[in-house]
Design a protein around this ligand. Structure first.
Ligand SMILES: Cc1cc2nc3c(=O)[nH]c(=O)nc-3n(C[C@H](O)[C@H](O)[C@H](O)COP(=O)(O)OP(=O)(O)OC[C@H]3O[C@@H](n4cnc5c(N)ncnc54)[C@H](O)[C@@H]3O)c2cc1C
Length: 288
């Protein structure tokens, strides 16, 4: 289908983009366009104006600074995929990027757009929960930092105001003996997740699980934190009995809907298995 009529603006700076957003509350930001354009074509979104931020320089970077991995808003999935830093030090992010759609989509899609879109089926939100990441929102009054737990507020909704731009994603740099993994079940390559589980953890000097984050994809109206599973593992040795128990908690605590990808019981079972396997993979990586 052809999108409804809209005005198009291509500001060259963040202040110009913010001014456009301020004076056009019904405007939508365009980054990679991999979610927005299909929605507009189906007329599920009919923004009065599209503010294309692709002409703003200096927003496509991946760098470590002050204990964080900082990723600029216009960094494409393919840049994450090609980054040796991401591949070597952030395996959870690397796994997740590789599982998003296909290479054609990843050439345009951005991590920031993936988060701002807040589709419960998108892969990165669960990963950001596992990492305990944060995002930088830039508005007329300056920057504010939003912890990822406060960022997702519901189905396709976030804590971003309509006149704010998500300008940077910040992921904590890994401490010693860290490991992470993202596992996703999809019906075919390029599909959204039937279910996905993201795990990030580290072991203390005695081998016990010290910090742990577990996020779940497409198992509720927004990405979910498997809090009971995290609590069950923190402070324990990474042994099978604890892993199994945590996986059962994730199975019980997720909130799947029956759809074309499967029924509720199937998805719950899937979550249990994915959680176990993601934990085992993350632990193996943490042990080096
Ligand atoms: C064929 C296909 C398969 C796909 N499969 C997957 C998949 O397996 N996993 C997955 O996670 N995703 C998948 N997607 C969805 C897509 O990859 C993501 O939603 C995409 O990464 C969104 O990023 P974008 O840069 O393209 O955002 P856009 O489409 O440009 O924008 C998406 C939304 O976010 C807002 N937005 C964008 N950037 C910003 C910003 N910087 N600040 C504030 N708001 C912003 C826009 O206004 C819009 O509402 C698929 C898409 C397609 C077309």
């Amino acid at each position: 289908m052809i999108p409804a009529q809209f005005q198009y603006a291509a500001p060259a700076s963040i202040p110009d983009a913010l001014a456009l957003l301020k004076s056009n509350p019904e405007a939508k930001i365009l980054s990679g366009g991999q979610s927005l354009i299909p929605l507009m074509k189906f007329r599920l979104a009919q923004p009065a104006m599209v503010v294309d931020i692709n002409g703003i320089g200096g927003l496509d970077y991946i760098r470590e600074e002050g204990g964080w991995l900082k990723i600029g808003a216009l960094t494409r999935e393919s840049q994450l995929e090609d980054s040796a830093l991401v591949r070597e030090k952030y395996p959870l992010l690397y796994d997740t990027t590789l599982s998003v759609a296909d290479p054609i989509v990843r050439n345009r899609a951005t991590l920031a757009g993936n988060l701002a879109h807040a589709d419960p089926a998108n892969d990165h939100p669960a990963t950001m929960l596992a990492y305990r990441a944060q995002v930088v929102a830039t508005g007329a009054a300056g920057n504010r930092t939003i912890a990822v737990d406060a960022f997702f507020t519901g189905l396709f909704s976030t804590a971003l105001a309509s006149d704010e731009i998500l300008t940077e994603v910040q992921i904590p740099a890994p401490v010693a003996r860290s490991g992470g993994a993202y596992l996703k079940m999809e019906r075919k390559v390029g599909d959204f997740a039937t279910a996905g589980v993201a795990v990030q953890l580290n072991l203390d000097a005695s081998g016990k699980i010290e910090q742990i984050g577990i996020g779940m994809t497409n198992l509720g109206l927004q990405a979910l934190r498997a809090k009971r599973s995290e609590d069950a593992l923190r402070g324990e040795m990474p042994e099978t009995k604890w892993i199994k128990r945590a996986a059962v908690f994730a199975q019980e605590d997720c909130e799947p809907n029956a759809d074309l990808r499967g029924g509720v019981d199937y998805k719950r079972n899937l979550v249990r298995v994915l959680t176990m396997r993601a934990l085992e993979k993350a632990i193996a990586r943490a042990k080096g």
